[in-house]
Design a protein around this ligand. Sequence first.
Ligand SMILES: [Zn+2]
Length: 382
Amino acid sequence: MIQPHGGKLIKRIADNEERDFILSLNLKRIYIEKDEALDAEKIAIGSFSPLEGFMDREDLKSVCSHLSLKNGIVWSIPILLQIDDPSHLKIGEKVLLVDKTDNNPVAVMDISDIYKLNKKEIANTVFGTLDENHPGVKRLFSKGDYSIGGKIKLLNRPSFPNKEYELDPEETREIFRERGWKTVVAFQTRNAPHRAHEYLHRLGMEIAEGLFIHPIIGLKKEGDFDSSVILKAYQILINSYYPHRKVLLAGLSTSMRYAGPREAVFHAIVRKNYGCTHFMVGRDHAGVGDYYDPFAAHKIFDEIPDIGIKIVKFYNVFHCDRCGGIVSENTCSHPEEMITKISMTKIRKALSEGKRPPSTMLREEVADFLIENFNLVTEDYR
Ligand SMILES: [Zn+2]
């Protein structure tokens, strides 16, 4: 049984009265990390619809082996609440999930399952590796050996930098309606925009009535650009070059998981929930290092049922001197000596030395801003 995603948003938010009542109960507290507090929020506001809570063992097993929840709905990424020691907890208990960074009681949870994780099996199926240099594997292994599952309800929004740039799925759907966009293509990114991204944005604006640029601003890995820098770089690009009536920019505070093809499916489902009709998947989507075949994130969509959002696949995009612009392997076959690959690694290196990369790679306005605000994530995954 395959069910559509993102028809009706499933929301799990307590109203003020309910929140006050729950907080008055003096429930047992579970202290959670920021990424889990953000996951709880995303479950509650419908970004992760149809999830209603953290996964129990049946959903986890089904996601790992069948790319679907136990009810048959396609889902590709485990959404877990890992804990070290569950001995003080019991099934059927209501607990408060408290953000340990600021003692904010984020959500209430009805525990329906407590189980030990087989982390190696999860790492192997979700990330395709046991290598702890992989940031997703590292995160999974560094958290608790047990997991608790159960429905949640949001009590308070978690705090996080750049939250003012976020929109809830309900809000983006409303904006798309107001603007009369019947087709909206979503662009996922975790990076500052370079010319190959721009090429994809323009193609997006050609094929759909609206372009939704939705950078991940949650926890990322060491060496990625700071999220506020990415958002401002996007504003500069949009203000300098794009027709405002065609573009919406908002942040998405969820962690990057670097799960390649599985994360591409997850990203598509999430954007469907925000009201998008199309989702762009480029080369090595959500990849890291060389853990994934660069086109595995394309192929996976051929292996799963229709998830109700059209996948727009892109291949290698580069600058060609002979063609005189940004092209792709679908539109240019000139030899390598005429080609400039546009790589964020090269761009970052130039910027770190205070140099503008060639304008064939990065817009000058964006380059100048990034040189002035060269700010990378330095603390690894925290
Ligand atoms: Zn060419």
